[in-house]
Design a protein around this ligand. Structure first.
Ligand code: G6P
Length: 608
């Protein structure tokens, strides 16, 4: 979604803003802008479209100054256009604001300000903030921003700059992330630490309702009551290299290839192989509750939701605890029943997804213990949960999630093992699972070695407009995830289905133009999935199979085969998803699609 970068220090602010915004390009945006203090006024440049447009505009109209704010926008209120792009100025041009999130009561504020004579230049909700700050300004910048914040309802992360206060910035957050980053003689504000990791590793993750006033060397944080507070300075847990593409043409491909390492990172220090158990420090405090739980609810969105679905199968199998996986957006607005001894897991790569955050808050209101499975350290979901497990997969930049999925499934398996060993799973079975988990990274490597073969197969399917993905048991969610990958980045319609459910509808669509991707490891359901394949074949459909079956077993059925190594059935999703990621990737590249920043999508959906 939108990205914020703000800078005050010795360097040219506009250089830092552009570099920082470039690091946030992956989040998805449709327009961009920067505003810098130049002498005693604010100078503004905004453009529609890609960041390269803003760079070109800045060459024409350089902004020379040492403090400024920058933004990439993903339209919510008002179409993508230059007037709607951030930063937004107050009417007198003395204050400029960038904003992530949504101001829910903006139209009431707007009406009031208009009655007072304020002329609006955009259709955005954000513009009211700039006008409110100007209205309340009586010489004290921080007080004017605080007074403006008191009128806002909704979610925001903001950065404000003023012509009256050279070198000073103000940031504030409620519901949208904002990070203060501390360099040598320079300070930054950003919505995402990856924007500034080239300059410093020292950050403060601001809490909800915090406001921070900063110049090049000092900062002062206040809480909701505007009392000064100290917040912990932390080190960013990733390096600048991890947010660079390296030799890969796209972040998505880099992240697919990182999976052997990221799964190792998710497992590191967490397997006690001889005892056949997992050790998850983030769950230590809730161990007694975990022993007692009667039900688990998982809330998540997108790919994280599908990882949760795999988790449902594994946890029920190993722990015998009933699991319900719910879309966070649904959970938050119905009246979910949370009984005693229910634990809620919120799964989110970014830790900032608005619906997942709201769902966890709803679950907490109902008295549930809520645990997080997040990748981004210090993210809102990680901070608001009662404990949890980090993925340690490193920053994920490609909008279509890949390595986060395999790490989420890995972590869910560790949780299932923990719960299972507290119950009926024998040490021997635990050891078998630990060993099989340990082998997964090497097995993913084997699949990655087939990349060029998968590319060749992709060639044969790239022109199809519709796909069906089928799987059963543990691999039904993988069918959903495989279909999601394809539609996200190649804009091809794809549907995932439980294989046997095909005959209740989708079979009507099967013909030579609608290929079916079938995930069919040789598990207990293998023969049944073969029957579904027969049904597809009988209707002239083409089949691409993902399987660990030996050559020959699918003869006469599959037109193409993507091979995966053998593992325990419950771990097969960790392998089966990888060729599907590569298939989607290659098809998207062949179709000339923008793989890392697909149209209309955002990496982290911080609005409803
Ligand atoms: C967006 C992203 C998806 C992601 C989903 C949930 O839709 O494009 O890749 O799976 O949000 O995000 P989260 O950060 O909560 O896992």
């Amino acid at each position: 979604m939108c990205g914020i970068v703000a800078y005050t220090g010795k360097r040219q602010a506009s250089d830092i803003l552009i570099e920082g915004l470039r690091k946030l390009e992956y989040r998805g945006y449709d327009s961009a802008g920067a505003c810098v203090q130049v002498g005693d006024h604010l100078d503004l440049v905004r453009t529609q479209g890609k960041l390269s447009e803003l760079e070109a505009a800045l060459k024409e109209h350089p902004l020379s100054g040492h403090a400024g704010i920058g933004h990439t926008r993903w339209a919510t209120h008002g179409a993508p256009s230059v007037p709607n792009a951030h930063p937004h100025l107050s009417m007198d041009g003395k204050f400029a604001v960038v904003h992530n999130g949504i101001i829910e009561n903006y139209s009431i504020i707007k009406q009031k300000l208009q009655q007072e004579g304020v002329v609006f230049k955009s259709e955005t909700d954000t513009e009211v903030i700039a006008h409110l700050v100007a209205k309340f300004y009586k010489g004290d910048f921080a007080k004017a921003v605080a007074d403006a914040l008191a009128h806002l309802e909704g979610a925001f992360g903001i950065a404000v700059v003023s012509a009256y206060h050279p070198g000073v910035l103000i940031g504030a957050r409620r519901g949208s992330p904002l990070v203060l980053a501390i360099g040598e003689g320079e300070l930054f504000l950003t919505s995402d630490a990856s924007a500034i990791v080239d300059y410093t590793q020292k950050v403060v993750y601001l809490k909800d309702d915090d406001m921070v006033e900063l110049d090049a060397t000092t900062y002062r944080i206040t809480d909701q009551a505007r009392a000064e507070v100290r917040r912990k300075v932390q080190n960013i847990d990733f390096s600048a290299d991890q947010v660079a593409k390296g030799n890969f043409p796209h972040f998505m491909l880099k992240e697919i290839f990182e999976q052997p390492a990221t799964v190792i990172n998710s497992l590191r220090g967490r397997l006690l192989i001889e005892q056949g158990i997992s050790k998850l420090q983030g769950l230590n405090l809730v161990q007694p509750e975990l022993r007692e739980i009667k039900r688990i609810v998982i809330v998540a969105c997108g790919t994280s939701f599908y990882a949760g679905k795999v988790g449902e199968y594994i946890i029920e199998e190993l722990a015998g605890v009933p699991v319900d996986v719910e879309y966070a957006s649904e959970f938050r607005y119905r009246n979910p029943i949370i009984e005693d001894k229910t634990i809620v897991f919120a799964i989110s790569q970014s830790g900032e997804t608005a619906d997942t955050l709201a769902a966890l808050r709803e679950a907490k209101r109902k008295g549930a213990t809520v645990l997080g499975i997040c990748n981004v350290v210090g993210s809102s979901i990680a901070r608001e949960t009662d404990g949890g497990v980090y993925l340690h997969a490193g920053p994920e930049i490609g909008v279509a999630s890949t390595k986060a999925f395999t790490s989420q499934v890995t972590v869910l398996t560790l949780i299932a093992l923990l719960l299972g060993r507290m119950r009926n799973v024998s040490p021997q079975r635990g050891i078998t699972i630990c060993k099989a988990l340990q082998a997964i990274p090497g097995q993913i490597e084997e699949i990655l070695r087939q990349n060029s073969a998968i590319q060749t197969i992709a060639e044969a399917y790239k022109d199809n407009r519709n796909f069906l993905y089928l799987g059963r048991g543990y691999n039904y969610p993988v069918a959903l995830e495989g279909a999601l990958k394809l539609k996200e980045i190649s804009y091809i319609h794809a549907e995932g289905y439980p294989a046997a459910e095909m005959k209740h509808g989708p079979i009507a669509l099967i013909d030579a133009d609608m290929p079916t991707v079938v995930i069919c490891p040789t598990d207990a359901l293998f023969d049944k999935v073969l029957s579904s394949m027969q049904e597809v074949k009988a209707r002239g459909g083409r089949i691409l199979a993902v399987t660990d079956a030996d050559n020959g077993q699918l003869d006469g059925l599959a037109d193409h085969v993507l091979h995966i190594p053998k593992t325990l059935p419950m771990l097969s999703p960790l392998l089966a998803v990888v060729p599907l990621q590569l298939l989607a990737y290659h098809i998207a590249v062949m179709r000339g699609c923008d793989v890392d920043t697909p149209r209309n999508l955002a990496k982290s959906v911080t609005v409803e």
